[in-house]
Design a protein around this ligand. Sequence first.
Ligand SMILES: [Fe+2]
Length: 289
Amino acid sequence: MSDSPVSRRFTRRECLRWGLGGLVGGGLIYTGFIEPKWLELVRIDISVAGLPASFEGYRIGQISDIHFPRNITVEWVQQAIAMLRAEQPDLIVVTGDFFDGHGQTGVVPDSTDLFAGLTAPDGVFGCLGNHDIALDARGVLKELTRSPIDLLLNDHTILERRGDRLALASIDDLMYGTPRPDEALGGIPSGTPTVLLAHNPDTAELGIGDYRVDIQLSGHTHGGELYMPFIGEAYVPSRYGSKFSRGLVSGAAHRVYVNRGLCSPRHARFLVRPEVTLITLTPAPSSTG
Ligand SMILES: [Fe+2]
């Protein structure tokens, strides 16, 4: 006995329906529950012209956009810290949005356990993000004095190795802060290679005077959080469209590396895994003329 053509067509439709339903359901589960917790360690070499020999191979670990406690737990942050520390970076930087009050002023949460174990031989430095300032900039500053993180606010520090120097500077957030290039970068000895922390990658598009910046480290855009092939990112909070969504980008002023962030404030990520970054500084090849 065989099925009639009508019943065969009905069966195919049912199969198609169930297949599509499974695909959509699987995609939603992946986007909402799997990828937001699928942390990636991104390793990248960044060349610096005139990098002193003592800093060749210097390793900087980067964490960005924690947004605690919005959709993120202490355990998740500790997992990211452990992943980064296992790589034994010389220095760790946190490029803003430590905390998140959903854009509202509020009480800064206790961070005692959040940053436990966050150490590196040359220290841990950070800059504020727009969400830190929106929550309570003073409160965040006070809370972070209890953490292993040294905040640089329109300021810099000089790292020294066997008489060689590398500058680590930080400039305030573009959205809610007051960026002051003269305070952040003025006073750095001439010719010193400089790493600039700036939460918002758009900073790489703006003029900072004649100051030298070899690489800017940023976060803020979260890679757009949802990426559809051939279409692009769902939303990138930048004046320059998707240019600064992620990765190494050349800005009008200097290059910037954009970390995709740890947190997923909208509970979803697709093809934009949360990230910790290990940056290795390498000497730029000398130009031949
Ligand atoms: Fe941000």
